[in-house]
Design a protein around this ligand. Structure first.
Ligand code: FMN
Length: 328
């Protein structure tokens, strides 16, 4: 059944979604997610206690996480019924942000498969409006709230404001689309202070989301500083910064299968260096069950993806879960 749905979605993606201009395809996809009760069809979830994991002490029904991108509460609610073990909300900033002008998302197609490059620029409703909208989201699976700021004070305010509404908190120091967030990785001293202050601001489990563009700094400075501050979960990682003339900013974050080899390599190295002290969410390029299994076999506690949700459809989570069940 899931194979048929996956094949139908591939046909829909190749024949329709990938031919529409990007803004129209996004509007169509999000409108379907909002309006069509896909989660009630029973096609997507697998309830099998063998798949359950703990992340930062929180129970997840399975290790497959929807990575940060959506902030609409209707879509977050829906995604919670589409097989994921946890759903991550988009990174929220203190004030609302309109994001960068169009074009801010384009498709890529390489030998590895279909991907995206975005310069979204943190389009989001801001802390107060997002907090209010989250009240309507039932936590059918854990919600990971994500925060992004330009100062320590921003992060502390965001973590205090949003923390009570999520089971885990991810703090984003790695999106390449706004200079000030991306630059945290170039200031490890200040970043160490940020990690300490954020840790002191909440009792919830914290995830630091790092950039694949700073592998050496992550290993030498950022992850050791996170562990020292008492932050034990790393999401490795975000998009990779690339030049892209079609985008309004002339550059953006690459996501999708081109990231996968680096995701696997970064995971292997990080696990080897930091051992079992660290919990790792491996994100970047997962768009098949084989890739998800490879990351879990190499020591990821959980895997995350976003682009695969768009290019392979909502059925991908179920396909991964089926494969994991076969292996248990
Ligand atoms: C359009 C778009 C928006 C994104 N927004 C965020 C965000 O707000 N915060 C964040 O940490 N990552 C964000 N990401 C990065 C994803 O969560 C993920 O880390 C990245 O796309 C790599 O995974 P993938 O190859 O499975 O997509 C965004 C990605 C895309 C494509």
């Amino acid at each position: 059944m899931s194979r048929t749905i996956a094949a139908l979605y591939r046909f829909l993606y190749a024949g329709v979604l990938s031919r529409l201009p990007e803004p129209a395809a996004i509007a169509l996809g999000q409108s379907v997610l909002r309006r069509v009760p896909l989660d009630r069809l029973g096609w997507f979830q697998i309830d099998d206690p063998r798949l359950a994991i703990r992340l930062g002490g929180v129970s997840l029904p399975n290790p497959v996480i929807l990575a940060a991108m959506y902030y609409d509460p209707a879509i977050l609610s829906r995604a919670m019924g589409l097989g994921f073990g946890a759903v991550t909300a988009k990174s929220i900033t203190r004030q609302a942000r309109p994001g960068h002008p169009q074009p801010n998302l384009v498709r890529t197609l390489t030998g590895a498969g279909p991907g995206l490059v975005n310069c979204n620029g943190f389009q989001n409703p801001g802390l107060d409006a997002f907090r209010a909208s989250l009240a309507s989201v039932p936590h059918r699976v854990p919600l990971i709230v994500s925060v992004a700021g330009e100062s320590i004070d921003d992060y502390v305010t965001l973590v205090r404001g949003l923390g009570p509404l999520g089971e885990l908190i991810e703090f984003n120091i790695s999106s390449p689309n706004t200079k000030l967030v991306y630059e945290w990785s170039t200031k490890p001293g200040e970043l160490a202070a940020l990690l300490r202050e954020v840790r002191a601001a909440t009792t919830k489990p914290l995830i630091v989301k790092v950039s694949p563009d700073f592998a050496e700094t992550n290993e030498r400075e950022i992850i050791p500083a996170a562990l020292k501050a008492g932050i034990r979960i790393v999401n490795y990682g975000n998009t990779r910064k690339v030049t892209e003339r079609r985008l309004s900013q002339g550059e953006g974050g690459l996501s999708g299968p081109d990231l996968f080899p680096a995701t696997l390599e970064n995971l292997r190295r990080t696990r080897r260096v930091f051992g079992a002290d660290l919990e790792i969410i491996a994100t970047g390029g997962v768009d098949t069950p084989d890739k998800a299994v490879a990351l879990l076999q190499e020591g990821a506690n959980a895997i995350g993806y976003f682009t695969g949700f768009v290019t392979r459809g909502p059925i991908l989570a179920r396909q991964i879960l089926e494969r994991l069940c076969e292996r248990r």
